[in-house]
Structures are given as structure tokens and as C-alpha cells.
Design a protein around this ligand. Sequence first.
Ligand SMILES: [Zn+2]
Length: 495
Amino acid sequence: MPFPLSGRGKAVAAGLLAAAFLLAGGILVFRRDSLPQANPALRSAAAGLTDYDAALRLIPEEQALAISETLTYRNGTGETLDSLVVRTWLNAFQTEETSPAALEELYDACYPDGFSPGYLTLYDVIWNGEAAAHEFVNDDQTALRIAIPPLAPGESGALFLRCVAKIPSCAYRTGYADGCWQLGNVLPLLSVYQDGEWRTDEYFPIGDPFVGECANFQVSLTVPDGYVPACAAPLQKEKDGVWRGELLAARDMALCVYEQAAVAKGKAGGAVIASYAATDSEAKRALEDAKKAVETFSSLYGDYPYPALTLCQVSFPFGGMEYPALCMLGKDQYLPGQADSLELTVAHETAHQWFHALVGSDGVNQPWQDEALSEYALLKYVQKRYGQSSFETLKYYRVDAAMAENIPGGLTPGSPISYFTDYADYRAVVYGRGAALLISLDEFLPGGADDFLRAYVKEFAFQFASRQQFEDFLNQYAGLDASPLLLDYLDTMMQ
Ligand SMILES: [Zn+2]
């Protein structure tokens, strides 16, 4: 089912699309270097990372994405490994019991036509040219352990996976809905090795359970003629009709494919911003908001890292969802009268490019570390662009109100996502009360929290910062012991 446009809207979108394709065909087919290029900092961050070479083919009639993926991995763990773990998040959508979209408060919005399963069917799992034994090691089949001959520290190998992803009919960050293939967390990705083992967290329904190392992605994508791909890796259609591109030093590579879409493009902070939506005016609105967000956060927290940022209008019961170099934005945000809501959502999701994409953190056990920081960054965005009184108003609704709310169950901003059972509590505690920590730091640190966060981003760019590292870095930066403050805001129950 295509986007619910009026007949006239459809004609306009189709006309724009045709114009975009003519333009794209003229420029892109012959000049691959017309794609946005990685800057030297990104190229240097990309050296030595795991390389993915992914060939994707969308097969709409089977509601499937065929995936052939070669992952070239160098063992940087310092230990000899006899297995790898690959995250297969799509498998969680196989049953109502494990699907994150089947959470009671989301179910009707995500599955308006009833439950629809999504899963990966594996055809080949090959390590260095030999078929490799493999098994799922968690209940929702989102962690695939692959046995390999001993791989010493510093040694490399190549894993080849061939599989077909059955995409559920589901208005979620993974699913087909309203003429859009929303393909977040579909690519199988190597898990993270921590404390002597591979992470195998389940797909918890509240929050974002994804923890990934930066890697490089080369992608080729085949879609039916006329479809519009919108990918975190900027793509261009080549002479053979295949779309190709690369994304360097990123923790994941998300994409959407539209049956039809309007596209608006602009530049901010040295990056090309591409916005995809049902209508030209919607695409332009999100584009303008993202330009402001990228400019504001670049000045506060350091340069935007990637050569492009892609904004995808999608159907899901959320404001937005962040991926490296790509934001999904819920189409309700674009409704007339929701201009502020769209702008705030775009700002929050764009802030995640610094606090999630650039500096990775543990979204399962310390979700505040990207959510509270992005929510605080949103408040500073409003303060910088619209002044102190707008900042105070937003702070009242999003932070002070959360501090005053009566929340059951001993939840604190430092709680893992598995403790939460509904999104209202999660937002109030992790986003709102979590942001209060940063507001307190802003008053307490001589240079304010923004200077600290800028230093934090610089210190941990393209790496992973644990809560302990955040705390140690803060103590070192401020020259004092901030641990009691963190305990107070992150771990203390409010009565
Ligand atoms: Zn967020």
C-alpha cells in the first residue's frame, strides 16, 4: 500500500521523483565521486575496523530482502577466539512472544492487520571458505554463535553469510508499512566482545538494545525500477542498475526503500542532508530542521562525523529512531500543527549522532548514557536557537515534570532497559530524570556541561564509553569526585 497521498499529491510526488531520477541519472551514473566523500578524520577512524561487503536485493513480491554478506574480521580482543557471535535481530519478530512490536501498548499501532512474522532464513555460513557449525544461543534467536578454528589475537578471517530476511508487515523500525520498507537492524552484524565473552542480549521491547562496534560497510542494493532507496550509506545508481555506496566507521547500517517518495537535499556542517517523505513540503520541513540541528550540535560538540545524514519518514508509533548517519521519523510528526514536535524530534535524533553513533555506549545496561545526553542536547538546542525562556518551558515539561512524577517500581535513570515495562516510565526516568543530571552538571562545571561533553566526544569518538569511563573522564575533567552526584541522579530512587 503506497503512502496515503491524495491523487494530486501522488502526481506531484511522482513528478518530483521523475525529476530527481533524471538528475541522478545524469550525474550519478558516470561520476561515482559525486557521492559525499568521507573526511580525513573518518578515513583515519575507519582504518583496521571490521569490513562488511553486503549485497542486498529487495524482493517485494516475497516481502523479502536477500542478503549476501562478507565480513572481514581481525581479532582485536587480545584473546584467542573459537567462536564469533552475529546479531540477527530480525528473528525476534518471528513470534508474538518475542517481537518487540508486540508489546501491548504498541501492538495495535504496529500490527493494524494482525501479527505478521519476520525472520532470517540462513543458507550459507562460511568461515574462510569452509562451512561453519552454528547455532542460536538465546531464546529469541537474535544471537548466532559460529564455531571457528582458533583465531589468535591479531589474526584475520572472512565470514560469508547468505540469508533471506522475511520482512514482517509491521509499523516498526523493522517492517513493511504504508509503501515503505523500514530496514533497521536487518543486516546481520558482529556482536561486541566484552569481559571475555560475546554479548548475546535479548531484543528487549523497551529502549534500544543494540550495542555495536564501528565498522566499514560497502553496500550494493537492487530494488525494482522506480523504488527510492534511502540509506545511511549514500548510494548512487550505476550503469548496471544497482545502487552502490559506502559508510565508514559506523556501528550499523540502516536503510529504507520507498515505493515512491519525495526527496529534498541540502548541506549543513559539511554534510549532505537528504530527507525522504511522502510530499515535497514534508521532506523540506525535516531537511530544514536537520540542517539547524547539525549546525547547532557541530558548534556545541564537534564536527558531524559522516559525509551525509539521511532522514526517513516512516510509519511507527514513535517520534523517531536513530541509526548512524540516518534518522527514522514517525509520520505523525509531520502532521499540520506538529511543526514543533517534528523539530524537537529531529533535534533529539540528530543529537544521537554524537551520543550513540560517534560515542558508543551500552544501550542495554546504561540507556541514559545516550538518551539523557541527547535529551539534554535537545534542551541546549532550544536554548541556543530560541532563548532562555523557551529553554525553561521545555525543561519544565520534559525534565521538571519527570522529576515530580510518581513512578513505581524503584526505577532510576541508571536502570537497565530490562527493568522497564512501559514507554511512559522509560521516557520520564531515562530521558527526563537522566537529563536532570546533565542540567546539574551544567550548573556545577565551570565551563558548563557542553564543554565537558565536547571533550567527552573528542576523547571517545568512534569508540565505546562505559559508564565507568564516563565517570572517570568526568572526574579527571573536573578535577574532583563526581561519583556522589552520579549516584544521586542515576541510582537513587525518588519518593
Ligand atoms: Zn533517543
